[in-house]
Structures are given as C-alpha cells and as structure tokens.
Design a protein around this ligand. Sequence first.
Ligand code: 0X9
Ligand code: ZN
Length: 308
Amino acid sequence: SMPFNNYQRLNVIYNYMADIARRFPNLATLVTPANSFQGRPIRYLRISTTNFQDRRKPVIFIDGGIHSREWISPPTVLWAIRKLTEDVTEPDLRNNYDWILFPVVNPDGYEFTFTNTRFWRKTRSTNTHVSSGLCPGVDGNRNYDFVWNSVGTSNNPCSDIYAGNRAFSEIETRVVRDILQTHRARISLYITMHSFGSMILYPWGHNGALSQNAFALHNVGVAMAEAIQRNSLSHFPRCVVGNSALVLNYRASGAAEDYAHSIGIPLAYTYELPGLSSGMQGFNLAPRYIEQVCRETWAGLIVGARRA
Ligand code: 0X9
Ligand code: ZN
C-alpha cells in the first residue's frame, strides 16, 4: 500500500492506483485518457459503489500535482483514494457520491522535480512557435480557457507563469477540461490541490469579484476550514478562506477553479495546503508532516462532500 512517510515517485503512485483498481474491481476504475507531452500515462481513478456510467450520483472531483514542485498535493488525493477504498470510515461519502481522484495532473513536471530541478512548476512541453527550446513548460494553472492570458500571466515561455500559446495548449489541462466538461452537470464539488499557504480559495481569481454562488462558496469553505483547523497542529498556520484574488493579494486568470466555476460547477476551490517555511522552502514540507496534512485535509473534504 501507499507509503505516506515520504514523497513518492510517479511509478509508486501509479502502482498504488493500479493496485487499488485490482483489489476493488467493483469500486475503483483506473483511467488513462492520454499520455503526457513526454509520453507518460496521465492517470486518474473513478470510484463508484454503483456504476459511474449510470450518471445517477453527484460527482466530487479532486485533482493535484498540476504544479509539480508542490509535493504535498498528490499525497492528499492519494489519501482520499485510501479513505474511499482500503480504509472506509465515512461510508456515506463512498455510497452517496461518485468520485474522480486525479493525484498527478502534470506527471512530466513531477518527475522532473525529482530528477533535475526540485522547484519546477510547469509542464515540460516545448514551444514550437518561438525560439523557446531552452525554456520548456507552460503554467497549467494559467492555461485554462477562462479569461485566458489576461492578468497575472506571461507571454514569455521562460516565465513560471507562462500561459501557453493558446488556452488548453497542454494535453494535461485538456484532460482536466474533458473531465469537467463531460460531468459538469453533476460535479457538485471540485477541488484542485496546491501549496502552500493554508488557504481555501474560491472564484473569481482573475478579478476579485464574487460569483452568484459566493454565499455557498464561502460558507462551505469556512466549514471545511473549521474542520481542518480542528484536526490541525498548533504550529501550523491557520487556514484562511476567501476569494482567490483577495486572499492571495494577486489576480491570475486561466486558473482551474475559475474555469470549473465558469462552466457551471457550483463549488470550485483551490486548496493551498500548508507549508512551514517562506520562499521556495515552503514547498519542502518535511516528510514527517505528510500524514498530518493528509488527515486534516481529509477532515475538510468530509465536510465539503457532505455539503456538496
Ligand atoms: O497562482 C496560482 O496558480 C495558485 N497559487 S500557487 O502558489 N499554488 O501557484 C493560486 C490560484 C488561485 N486561483 C485563481 N487565481 N483563480
Ligand atoms: Zn500551485
């Protein structure tokens, strides 16, 4: 089973997901909708106690690892897989919803953070339009087609916030788009896992305006944060809830939760998981905290799901 005492390479994560699908054939389905730019499988698990294809239940969709250096993100999605299959303590969550759990949206970047550059954020695609062979990669969280490339983005392929040469230029974001689009009528909760900052963020992140569903977004967000707080450690930062642009103090367009909300998903959030240092070291949360963050994040997800 999945070791949560350290950060794991992609093959360990994929072996765990395949193992879950083998051990729980009537519950978990492994899906490989495409390969990454560099040819790695892009994989997620569907979990349903009935038949996912019946489209009867609301869907909860959680992804992670779009920003490859944010290593604490994939384990929190893997923990959710575990809590819905191997270690069920909330059977209502397993029975009442269909789940899509997608731990590593950006497998190329993720592997690159282990083999080459620890703080790599983007995909690893090479831009064929400009002379940017030396600067691969697009910021997946600027690549979604909602107010694409308008604020908090860059046209420079060498930038960490490069939006890409067009919306959904990246196969990795197209895979997330296709999940959101295919199931948008029944995805009641979408959460994309990032780090760091101990925040629960909701639309609109491109301009700081509140959506029509802001009341529900805020109240469910606060309920999730309170559950996280109750299960957190005293020396972890307090979890702050609010509009993405206001809480972060910067606007950024083309992000996942804004896109999801723009196509009608009522509850769409970015979680900024905890970090304990400032600067780049915030991405290096010590491995001994992985399990703690997974536990408290699951506590938040329980509340969010029951309100979804
Ligand atoms: O800037 C981002 O992509 C996210 N923060 S991170 O430090 N993990 O890179 C925040 C995205 C917030 N959402 C929107 N701006 N819509
Ligand atoms: Zn991020």
